[in-house]
Design a protein around this ligand. Structure first.
Ligand code: 3HC
Length: 283
């Protein structure tokens, strides 16, 4: 199927990043936030990142303006009715996602593909909230979406071949790298990365090192592009704890469980960049 118009539901860090990638690739994008103000703020952040690309000579002003013009934001889900593909990037709560997919099924054309950007929930359980689970797939982007090349294309129990093929074709048009996989807890990357990051948090106390030292160790000794504490602050401490809990619930592997230190940070509101404080402080 020809996908020209993409809907993105939820314009937080992930949704806004996905919307940016899509308008840069030439798609028309309808972004939905709960309020008009939140939608406009997300559009402003996307415009800012594209302006930086112009300043750095990576895009012309005309290209930037044309990309920005391809984005509309709305607070009304019904505005997504003409989208060929809708990517959901709302809060990581199963009930909220299931309710949204049931609503999207009602609003969208019958041939539209419905994708979830979930990190650690089951795509199959989300799809089961619809009467047409064959058109539901996972499209899992990585943070920050405009910079990270990978998109895991997740085949749920009842995903149709056509829906998976459409998602793979879109990832290619977005200029990203697709890894098709099945709907297992954490898919590919988070199945490996979540317990690894939990080990990193545990070693802070075990080896009695500071976040700065641990980050220096992993960037200089293991070639990580950014240290684990910097990465956790970027991803969001709350997002990481939630993903850990979801994987622990499914797999029951002790390393999946979030260490008390990071749960305490979440409880205290030290959420990383988004709250200006996590392992580090931010302006
Ligand atoms: N959105 C859009 N553009 C952004 C951005 C964002 N969130 N963040 C930065 N940029 C743009 C900026 O314009 C920036 O340039 P500027 O500072 O001059 O304005 C430009 O990108 C380049 O930024 P950096 O100089 O910071 O880029 P680096 O070359 O240092 O690379 C990185 C940054 C790609 C993030 C690299 O450090 C990296 O690969 N880190 C690891 C990230 C990672 O592992 N992510 C996966 C997390 S797990 C996950 O997402 C799974 C989920 O389910 C939880």
């Amino acid at each position: 199927m020809a996908v020209e118009r993409i809907g993105v539901v939820g314009l937080g860090a992930m949704g806004a990043g996905i919307a940016q990638v899509a308008i840069e690739a030439g798609f028309e994008v309808v972004g939905r936030e709960v309020t008009t103000e939140l939608g406009e703020a997300a559009a402003g952040r996307i415009g800012h990142f594209l302006t930086r690309k112009v300043e750095k000579g990576q895009r012309t002003q005309d290209e930037r303006d044309a990309a920005v013009a391809r984005l509309t934001t709305t607070s009304e889900l019904s505005k997504l009715s003409e989208c060929d593909l809708v990517i959901e990037a709302i809060v990581e709560e199963l009930d909220a996602k299931r309710a949204l997919f049931a609503e999207l099924e009602r609003i969208c054309r019958t041939d539209a593909v419905l994708a979830t950007n979930t990190s650690a929930l089951s795509v199959t359980e989300i799809a089961a909230a619809t009467a047409t689970p064959e058109r539901v797939v996972g499209m899992h982007f990585f943070n920050p979406a405009p910079l990270m090349p990978l998109v895991e294309v997740v085949r749920a129990q009842l995903s149709a071949d056509e829906a998976v093929a459409a998602a793979l074709a879109i990832v290619e048009r977005l200029g990203k790298v697709a890894v098709p996989c099945h709907d297992t807890p954490g898919f590919v990357v988070n199945r490996v990365l979540i317990p690894l990051l939990n080990d990193c948090v545990r070693v802070l106390d075990e080896a009695r090192v500071t976040p700065e030292s641990l980050d220096a160790a992993m960037t200089n000794g293991a070639g990580w592009p950014m240290g684990p504490c910097t990465l956790l602050d970027l991803v969001g401490i709350d997002v990481h704890v939630h993903a850990s809990e979801a994987l622990y619930e499914k797999l029951r592997e002790p390393r999946m469980a979030p260490p008390p230190r990071i749960v305490g940070m979440r409880n205290a509101g030290l959420l990383g960049r988004k709250s200006s404080r996590g392992f580090y402080g931010y302006e």
